[in-house]
Ligand binder design. Structure first.
Ligand code: FMN
Length: 184
């Protein structure tokens, strides 16, 4: 899931490499670009505590289904003010209904043993990655995903800077390969 508002930026490039690795290892992959979706913010109404469903009807409805079906989830985001991009955080907050399904209603989310990873890029050297890691670990825990890998890339600021860094491009590809190999 790509969480940068910048089309073809560093986040897009890295997540596409990871999905290429996953696809070439035999996985069915779906690339979700959050900037292309219409996702409202969580209203904090707690309506989802009754049945684990969000009452807002927008593009999250389809995304909930994808999240439920996925064996591996990769979240990719630029560092924005030492944290996740707002569109990534907005998506995460809308998964409060999945948290409610698990923690209030006692259901499992998705298949057993599913895993996830974080890809993040920042312009500074080094950027502050720890806040994003903390949020993503908390999120994955809430949707029954084991935080398995991370690729944290400093000092890429301009659009496409990452293309000058073949080492990290290869690491992204390898991440996709190894996440798929673990589920077989
Ligand atoms: C609103 C905003 C806030 C940012 N905050 C940070 C920051 O706190 N730390 C950092 O290292 N880079 C920060 N950056 C730089 C981006 O992380 C960097 O340009 C990154 O490569 C963008 O990824 P993209 O090409 O996928 O959009 C910020 C950029 C923007 C637009």
């Amino acid at each position: 899931m790509a969480g940068s508002p910048r089309h073809n930026g560093n986040t897009d490039i890295l997540v596409e490499r990871a999905l290429k690795g996953a696809h070439e290892s035999g996985a069915d992959v779906v690339l979700v670009r959050l900037r292309d979706l219409s996702i409202d913010h969580c209203q904090g109404c707690n309506c989802c505590f009754d049945a684990g469903e969000c009452r807002i009807d927008d593009d999250m409805t389809h995304l909930y289904q994808l999240l439920d079906e996925a064996d591996v989830i990769i979240l990719a985001t630029p560092v924005y003010f030492s944290g996740l991009s707002s569109i990534m955080k907005q998506m995460i907050d809308r998964c409060q209904c999945l948290w409610a399904r698990k923690e209030v209603l006692g259901a499992r989310i998705g298949s057993l043993g599913r895993t996830g990873a974080l890809i993040s890029v920042g312009g500074q050297n080094p950027p502050e990655f720890k806040n994003s890691i903390s949020v993503v670990k908390s999120y994955f825990n809430s949707i029954d995903v084991d935080y398995r890998a991370e690729l944290l890339v400093p000092a890429v600021d301009e659009k496409g800077d990452i293309m000058n860094n073949p080492t990290f491009l290869a690491k992204a590809y390898d991440m996709g390969v190894s996440l798929v190999s673990e589920i077989r």
